[in-house]
Design a protein around this ligand. Structure first.
Ligand code: ATR
Length: 271
């Protein structure tokens, strides 16, 4: 049986997802293919009608389609509903099922690197789409308090209101001092990414045992991670979140649990 899957987005040519899934298809000796389909928002509906008829088992969706994808689904998982966005649509006998695997990707990236990680008080910088999935993931991983700090405070307030639970919105100017209470620090902003402004954050108050994760992965070691590593904090880079979020989709569509290992990391980094 030939299994087909794809990633939809606009633009999509830069996507690393085909490289990840096609590597696993090859590792498992399967017959199948994972492609990238450029899909402007206005064409999402017709594309989702056509693909199951062509034999596709499911699609990942990325910017700018993640919210639209949720609206198009017949069945929505609790996870996708809480985040308010979907990155994974499966074509089933009951129509389109929407899920979100960014939570899984975030959590298992940290767990693979630091198996003992148990968040209690976490600081999250940023309040965009990635932050929504990460806040849900932190709550599911047991975090009792989340300090959410974003340049635009209203966006953070909206996120806290939508997701609920113990989320304290912290003004952007107070990001340095809030670190004193944290065992986990996550940067979900684009600051520190190659070609963007650096993230200005003083780590003096951060406990030395706090886990620091940056979802930026170009460069692999951001200034934040470098600063944290040099003062002895455990650090986790952002590449693993991209790789791990693909695991549940591959498992569901190709019926094999794939591995995230050094070979895959090298393959994707050298893309
Ligand atoms: P994603 O969906 O990948 O999370 P996004 O929705 O564009 O991307 O979010 C980007 C995040 O980076 C936002 O939290 C944004 O803050 P604002 O809500 O204030 O825009 C943050 N960000 C981007 N540029 C920034 C800058 N120069 N200083 C501080 N925060 C910035």
């Amino acid at each position: 049986m030939v299994r087909l899957a794809a990633v939809l987005g606009c633009p999509i040519s830069h996507s690393l997802s085909p490289r990840i899934h096609n590597h696993w298809i090859s590792v498992h000796g399967m017959t199948g293919f994972y492609s990238a389909i450029d899909t402007p928002p206005a064409q999402l509906g017709t594309t989702l009608e056509a693909l199951p008829r062509l034999g596709f088992v499911g699609v990942n969706v990325t910017l700018p389609l993640k919210q639209l994808a949720l609206a198009r689904a017949d069945v929505v998982t609790e996870n996708a509903r809480r985040i308010g966005a979907s990155n994974m649509l499966t074509f089933t006998g009951n129509g389109i099922e929407a899920d979100n695997t960014d939570t899984y990707g975030f959590t298992w990236n940290i767990r693979q690197m630091i198996p003992s990680w148990r968040p209690s008080t976490a600081a999250v910088l940023g309040a965009g789409g990635a932050a929504r999935a990460i806040v849900v993931a932190l709550q599911d991983a047991g975090a009792r308090q989340i300090l959410l700090c974003n340049r635009t405070q209203e966006t953070a307030q909206q996120l806290a209101c939508d997701i609920g639970g113990a989320i304290t919105v912290v003004p952007w100017q107070e990001r340095h001092d809030m670190l004193a209470a944290c065992d986990t620090l996550i940067n979900t902003t684009s600051l520190g990414m190659m070609g963007k402004e650096p993230l200005s954050l003083r780590l003096d108050a951060l406990p030395g045992t706090a886990v620091v994760n940056d979802i930026v992965y170009v460069p692999l070691e951001t200034e934040l991670l470098r600063g944290a590593r040099l003062r002895g904090n455990p650090v986790v880079d952002g590449l693993g979140m991209l790789l791990h979020q693909a695991v549940p989709a591959f498992d569901r569509w190709f019926c094999q649990r794939p591995q995230v290992d050094e070979t895959l990391r090298n393959l994707v980094m050298n893309a």
